[in-house]
Design a binder for this molecule. Structure first.
Ligand SMILES: [Zn+2]
Length: 411
């Protein structure tokens, strides 16, 4: 096939953008790297790396710093790092009993972080959005004047349509078909897109990039509090379904003789492994919240039989559900987040035994079940990662745009 000049030009432009993306992604995920390390990681030639880094430096996305001489012979290779402080995102989170805000710089560096308690129970969209806007304003006020995020990510404990940020169902908040994305876009009044996604999907993303799932391409993240959600990564990519509603493993029917679920069905997995199941079995009030959960775990650590029995029951149902999911997904790693990471030390043996008994031998051998390493902040950090994604996918679009953003906002 003979290619026209124009077509060749387009193709080389596509290659250039993809190569810039590869470099920025490596720096974002691994931190500062020398040019030689970038050559090794991207497979690009030394001269290509030099030219592309030159572009990124001119466009103020990366900085080159003289390397420290570490006693190795030869000229030290300069370190290339992302311009952390000048390329930032805003991350927000609405969870069952807290709201959180963070500002992160490129490379995932946390520059600002605040989490405040919120009373459990239903809140209107207007209340939550106003609180988040206030938190964001306060966080931005602590940053240099004129700093504008390149994107905003929002994690919410609910089922979300990613295309427009509509929360179709969030039982903890009492929300059905609530336009969270549009309301925050108006409230924040920033000249950048506001992305909204489910907290478990974002927790999975954060654990994959910066936590317990690093290095694994097939991951199941199970986030349990009152509700139980799932984030599924298949072949390095999130499994979201047609609209982003996928991964709702908490509503996997598991016990036909079980309790009614908040979703309207009966015997969903979360009615056996969620917070209320644990509290009910341990003899605590269902709406006892975090304090009651803390008490059950303290009882269990002290050997109180009711607390241990409650945890064992949760552990058995947890193992049973995970066995089915391991058979379906064949993941390398299962990450337990939220309440489930706190109960993991008490139920690890039961879960492993349940996997031995109920999962197919081949996928069972390949999977490990581990607690989250990012803890309560996994969804918030995932929201930041989502907000960074357009930059990582096509940094060329950002070269030299920061001045324009500042002008846009002050206009
Ligand atoms: Zn349900």
């Amino acid at each position: 096939m003979v290619m026209g000049r124009e077509e060749l030009g387009q193709r080389s432009e596509t290659v250039r953008r993809a190569n810039l993306s590869a470099i920025v992604r490596e720096l974002h995920l691994h931190g500062p790297l020398s040019r030689s390390e970038l050559v090794a990681r991207t497979g690009l030639t030394r001269s290509a790396i030099r030219a592309l880094i030159g572009e990124l430096v001119t466009g103020e996305l990366v900085v080159e710093e003289p390397a420290l001489r570490l006693g190795t012979p030869g000229r030290p290779s300069p370190l290339v790092r992302l311009a952390t402080e000048s390329t930032v995102v805003l991350a927000l989170e609405i969870s069952i009993d807290s709201l959180a805000v963070a500002i992160l710089g490129a490379g995932g560096v946390v520059l600002e972080h605040r989490r405040v308690d919120r009373p459990r129970g239903h809140s209107t969209l207007e209340e939550i959005a106003a609180d988040l806007v206030d938190l964001a304003r306060a966080a931005r006020a602590r940053r240099p004047l004129g700093e504008t995020p390149i994107g905003v990510g929002v994690a919410v404990a609910g089922i979300v349509n990613r295309s427009d940020g509509l929360v179709s169902f969030a039982p903890n908040l009492g929300w059905v078909d609530v336009p969270l994305g549009a309301t925050l876009t108006a409230g924040l009044a920033l000249p950048v897109p506001v992305g909204v996604a489910n907290e478990s999907d974002l927790g999975a993303l954060a654990e994959l990039r910066r936590g317990a799932a690093r290095g694994a391409d097939d991951v199941l993240y199970v986030h349990g509090e009152v509700g139980v959600g799932g984030g599924i990564i298949v072949d390095g990519r999130p499994l979201s379904g047609i609209a982003g509603y996928g991964g709702e493993i908490g509503h996997m029917p598991i016990n036909p003789q079980g309790r009614p679920c908040r979703c309207g069905s009966t015997g969903c997995w979360e009615t056996e492994v969620g917070e209320r199941a644990l509290l009910a079995r341990a003899g605590y009030p269902l709406d006892g919240g975090r304090a009651a959960v803390d008490a059950v775990l303290a009882d269990a650590a002290a050997g109180v039989p009711e607390a241990l029995a409650a945890l064992q029951s949760v552990g058995r149902w947890l193992g049973l559900g995970l066995a089915g999911l391991v058979n379906i997904l064949n993941p390398r790693r299962v990450i337990l987040g939220g309440l489930l990471s706190r109960i993991h030390p008490f139920v690890a043996d039961l879960v492993e035994a349940s996997l031995d008994r109920h999962a197919l031998a081949a996928p069972r051998r390949l999977v490990s079940v581990v607690p989250s390493t990012l803890g309560v902040d996994a969804p918030l950090l995932g929201a930041a990662e989502m907000a960074f994604e357009p930059l990582l996918a096509d940094p060329a679009a950002w070269l030299g745009t920061r001045g324009a953003l500042v002008q846009l906002e002050s206009a």
